[in-house]
Ligand binder design. Structure first.
Ligand code: F6R
Length: 371
C-alpha cells in the first residue's frame, strides 16, 4: 500500500525517520546519570568476544548493501581497532580470495537471498570464518546460514532501488561498531556522542527530507544531462557511490561516484563547464581537503553542486554559479545517513521527470537470485 505516495520508492524514502527508529528500538540503552550508555545486539551476544578478537573483519555484499558497509567501515575500524577489508561478493568468489579461520566475515544483504552473497557465504563457511549476517528478511537464506546476525528491521522494501534499507544497514553497523569496540575510557566520550547522535538521527533525517522541493527543482535543471559525477571522501565516499548508483539505476542517467582523493589521477580530465558535479563537503576531518577540491574544480570551470552542512553555504561556494544543498550536521560517522537523503530524492525526481519506471527500473529485479 503506497498510502499518500505515488511510488513505493518515494514512500520508502519518506518513511526513513520511522524505519530508523524501528531499527534502533530496544537496542540503544541510555542509562541513568551514573550508568553508561550502551548498545544491545541480542543476535550477537554469544559472539561479540570472538568478533573483537578476530584478526580481521571482512564485509561482503553487493550494490547498495556493499555501499552501506563501506560507509560504516571507518567507525568500525576506529572503535574496534580491528582491520576491516571490503569485498564485493562476486569478486571474492571469482578470485577465491583469502578468508581465514581467524576472520569475521560480515554478510550484508537486504533480501538475504542474493545469489552472489550466498555463494560468498558458502565459501567463507568452508574456510572456517565466523559468519555474521546483516539482513532485512527474517528467515532468509543468509539469516539461516550464518552463525549469528542482526536484523535491520527496516520493514518490507518494495521499490527495486534500495533506500530505507541502506540507512538502516548503516545504523546497524554503527551499533555493531559500538558493540565490538572496547569500552576504553579514552573512547567513552566519542561512544556516548555517537549514541546521542543515533537517538536524534530520525529527527535529522526528517529535517533532510524537507529538501524534497529543492531536489525536485535541481532535477528539473539536470533532466536532460548525459551524466552526473558525485565526489566524496572519508565517511562520504560511500555516499558518492550510493548517490550515483541511485541516479543511474532509476533515472537511467549515467552517474559515477568518485573518491575525491583520486580526482587528479584521472577524473579531472572530464571537468568542463557542462558536466554537473556534486561535491559532498559536510563537516568532518576531510572538510578542508574537500574545500580545496571545490576550488580546483571551480578553477577548471566545473559546474558545481556542493552538499554542505547547514550554515556553510557561503564558505564552501566559490562563485555565484555554484548551487548548494545544505544538510543538518550530525556526528561524523552518522553523516552518511543524512547525506544520502537529498541524493535519493534527486534520483527519484529525475526518474519521474524523465518518465521512467521508478519502482521497477528497466532490466532490474529486487532480489538477484541468479549469478
Ligand atoms: C540498488 C540495489 C541493489 C542491491 C543488491 C544487493 O538499489 O537495490 O544494488 O543492493 O542487489 O541486494 P541485497 O541487499 O538484497 O543483497
Amino acid at each position: 500500500n503506497k498510502g499518500k505516495y505515488d511510488h513505493y520508492m518515494q514512500k520508502e524514502i519518506h518513511e526513513q525517520p520511522e524505519s530508523l527508529t524501528t531499527t534502533m528500538r530496544g537496542r540503544l540503552i541510555r542509562g541513568g546519570s551514573c550508568k553508561a550508555k550502551t548498545v544491545l545486539l541480542g543476535g550477537l551476544k554469544d559472539h561479540i568476544k570472538t568478533i573483537r578478537r578476530s584478526r580481521r573483519i571482512v564485509f561482503i555484499g553487493c550494490g547498495t548493501s556493499y555501499n552501506a558497509a563501506l560507509a560504516a567501515r571507518p567507525i568500525i575500524e576506529e572503535l574496534s581497532g580491528v582491520p576491516v577489508t571490503m569485498e564485493i561478493a562476486s569478486d571474492l568468489v571469482d578470485r577465491q580470495g583469502p578468508i581465514y579461520r581467524e576472520d569475521t566475515a560480515v554478510f550484508v544483504s537486504q533480501s538475504g537471498e542474493t545469489a552472489d552473497t550466498l555463494l560468498a557465504l558458502e565459501y567463507a563457511l568452508e574456510n572456517g570464518a565466523l559468519c555474521v549476517g546483516i539482513t532485512n528478511t527474517v528467515g532468509s537464506a543468509i539469516a539461516r546460514n550464518t552463525h549469528c546476525g542482526i536484523h535491520i528491521n527496516a520493514g518490507c522494501e518494495i521499490g527495486v532501488a534500495s533506500t530505507k534499507a541502506y540507512t538502516s544497514q548503516i545504523v546497524v553497523m554503527a551499533m555493531l561498531a559500538l558493540a565490538i569496540g572496547d569500552d576504553a575510557i579514552s573512547s567513552q566520550a566519542r561512544r556516548e556522542a555517537i549514541i546521542d547522535g543515533l537517538f536524534d538521527l530520525p529527527n535529522k533525517v526528517r529535517e533532510a527530507l524537507k529538501l524534497d522541493q529543492e531536489m525536485k527543482d535541481l532535477a528539473k535543471l539536470l533532466i536532460a544531462e548525459q551524466s552526473l559525477l558525485v565526489f566524496g571522501r572519508g565517511y562520504n565516499f560511500a555516499t558518492a557511490l550510493e548517490g550515483a548508483l541511485k541516479v543511474k539505476e532509476v533515472s537511467l542517467m549515467h552517474s559515477e561516484g568518485i573518491l575525491a582523493g583520486e580526482m587528479k589521477h584521472g577524473p579531472l580530465a572530464l571537468v568542463d563547464e557542462n558536466l554537473p558535479i556534486i561535491v559532498i563537503a559536510t563537516r568532518d576531518a576531510c572538510f578542508s581537503k574537500q574545500q580545496s577540491v571545490i576550488q580546483q574544480l571551480h578553477a577548471r570551470k566545473g559546474r558545481l553542486i556542493v552538499m554542505c552542512s547547514k550554515g556553510d553555504a557561503a564558505s564552501v561556494c566559490p562563485g555565484e554559479s555554484c548551487r548548494v544543498i545544505e544538510v543538518p550536521q550530525v556526528e561524523d560517522c552518522l553523516q552518511p545517513v543524512v547525506n544520502i537523503i537529498p541524493l535519493q530524492l534527486l534520483a527519484y525526481h529525475l526518474t519521474v521527470l524523465r518518465g521512467h519506471n521508478v519502482d521497477q527500473p528497466r532490466n532490474l529485479a529486487k532480489s538477484v537470485t541468479t549469478q
